[in-house]
Design a protein around this ligand. Structure first.
Ligand code: GAF
Length: 390
C-alpha cells in the first residue's frame, strides 16, 4: 500500500535551505509554501462562473529564494533534473518551456503587476504528487509568489493575497498556456485548516466552510494516470461550454437553467452544459448536507457528480471509475473523481475504521484489472500559502 505522506514541514524546510546553499553557495533569504488541493465537488464550474468546494492539502510545495544583484533568474527543483536560466526580460508568454514556466511565470506576472522584483535564485521542493490532479502547478506558482511578495517587502495580506492569486493564474494561463479556471490558485492561497473553501466565481467571494468530518477521513487515490491541462481535452470542454453560452444567450452557464439546456441542438454541447449546470447545484447541496452530517446525501451527490463527469462531460477513465466504485463497495460513504480529469485522482469520504480496507480493496482491484499500482493520501484540510520563518 502506497500512502503519500505530507512530510514534516520544519525538516523539509531545513533540508531545502541546505540544498539551496549547496547549489548556489549562499543560503536562501525567504522560503514560501503553498499547498496542493483536492476538490470535494464542483468540477469544470470555475470557468463557468460557478461554485467549487476544494480543500487545501497538508502536502505542499516549498520555494526557497535569494535576490541576486543582476537580471539573471535561475530556477531549479529537488524533483527535476533540468535547471532553467534566463534574464528578467525572458520570463513572459512563450519564453519558458516546461515546469519552470509556472515559477518564472509568477515572477513575470508580479513584475507586470508593478512589483520591481530583481533577478533571483530559486530552488523548490514538494510533497504534492505531480500529474495527480492535485494542483502541484498551483502549489508551485503560489509558493514562489508567496516568497516573492515577502522579498518585495509586502508579504501576504488581505490585499496581496488577491494579487498572488491573479499572478498565479496569469502564470498558468499566459506563460504555461493551460486554459484553466482559478479554483486551484484560489484555494492554494485562501485555504484554511479544518475547512473547505466555497468559491463563487460569479460574485468573486470565498467562504470558509468548517468541516466536521465526524469520524470520517477524506481519502484521495492517485490513479497514476497522469494528465496535463495544456493538452487538448480540457480546452475542448471549455470551448463546448462557450458554445453553449452563446447558443443560450446567457452571460455564463451560471445563469442557465436545465430546461433551457435540454433544448440545445448539439447533443455533445447539451451534455457538457448539463454537467456544468447540474454540478453547480450539487455544490450548494453538498455544503448543506455536509453541514448537517447527512452522509447518505453526500454519497448520492458525489455519485451523481461522478456519473455526470463520466457520461456527460466525458473526462473520467477506467482507473478512476474503478477507484470510485471499489471505494464505495469497501465502505466509503461517498466517492467521485476529482480535478480536471483524463486521469488524476479520486476523493472518497471514508469512516475512519474503513480507511485501510478501502485502500487495500482499491489496490487489489487495480492488480486484477492490470492497472498501475495507485497511491493514496489523507487529505487533512490544511492552511493556504504562507512564508516559513526561522
Ligand atoms: C483543473 C483546473 F486547473 C481548474 O481550474 C478546474 O477547472 C479543474 O481542473 C476542474 O474543476 O484543476
Amino acid at each position: 500500500m502506497d500512502l503519500v505522506e505530507p512530510g514534516e514541514p520544519a525538516a523539509l524546510v531545513d533540508a531545502l535551505r541546505g540544498a539551496f546553499a549547496d547549489r548556489y553557495g549562499e543560503p536562501p533569504t525567504t522560503v514560501g509554501r503553498a499547498p496542493g488541493r483536492v476538490n470535494l465537488i464542483g468540477e469544470h464550474t470555475d470557468y463557468n462562473a460557478g461554485l467549487v468546494l476544494p480543500v487545501a492539502l497538508p502536502h505542499a510545495t516549498y520555494a526557497a529564494l535569494r535576490a541576486r544583484g543582476d537580471e539573471l533568474v535561475r530556477v531549479a527543483s529537488r524533483q527535476q533534473d533540468d535547471v532553467w536560466e534566463g534574464l528578467l526580460t525572458e520570463l513572459g508568454p512563450g519564453q519558458v518551456d516546461g515546469w519552470a514556466g509556472y515559477a518564472a511565470g509568477v515572477l513575470w506576472a508580479l513584475r507586470e503587476a508593478g512589483y520591481p522584483l530583481p533577478g533571483v535564485d530559486l530552488l523548490v521542493d514538494s510533497t504534492v504528487p505531480v500529474g495527480a490532479g492535485l494542483s502541484s502547478s498551483a502549489a508551485l506558482e503560489c509558493a514562489v509568489g508567496a516568497a516573492l511578495l515577502e522579498l518585495a517587502g509586502v508579504g501576504l495580506t488581505d490585499a496581496t493575497r488577491g494579487e498572488l492569486v491573479a499572478a498565479a493564474i496569469r502564470a498558468e494561463t499566459e506563460v504555461v498556456g493551460a486554459p484553466t479556471g482559478g479554483m486551484d490558485q484560489t484555494v492554494a492561497v485562501h485555504g484554511a485548516a479544518g475547512a473547505a473553501l466555497l468559491v463563487d466565481f460569479d460574485s468573486g467571494t470565498e467562504t470558509q466552510v468548517p468541516l466536521d468530518l465526524a469520524g470520517h477521513t477524506l481519502l484521495v487515490t492517485d490513479t497514476r494516470v497522469s494528465h496535463a491541462h495544456a493538452d487538448g481535452g480540457y480546452g475542448a470542454r471549455r470551448a463546448d461550454c462557450e458554445t453553449a453560452v452563446r447558443e443560450l444567450g446567457v452571460p455564463s452557464l451560471r445563469r442557465a437553467d436545465l430546461t433551457a439546456v435540454e433544448g440545445l441542438g448539439d447533443e455533445r454541447v447539451r451534455r457538457r452544459a448539463r454537467h456544468v449546470v447540474s454540478e453547480i447545484q450539487r455544490v450548494t447541496d453538498t455544503v448543506a448536507a455536509l453541514g448537517e452530517g447527512r452522509w447518505d446525501e453526500v454519497g448520492s451527490l458525489f455519485d451523481a457528480s461522478h456519473r455526470s463527469m463520466r457520461d456527460d462531460f466525458e473526462i473520467s477513465c477506467p482507473e478512476l471509475d474503478c477507484a470510485v466504485a471499489v471505494a464505495v463497495q469497501a465502505g466509503a460513504v461517498a466517492a467521485r473523481m476529482t480535478g480536471g480529469g483524463f486521469g488524476g485522482s479520486s476523493v472518497a469520504v471514508v469512516p475512519d475504521e474503513r480507511v485501510d480496507a478501502v485502500m487495500r480493496a482499491v489496490d487489489a482491484a487495480f492488480v486484477l484489472e492490470g492497472f498501475r499500482a495507485p497511491a493514496h493520501l489523507r487529505a487533512v484540510p490544511s492552511a493556504g500559502a504562507g512564508v516559513e520563518r526561522g
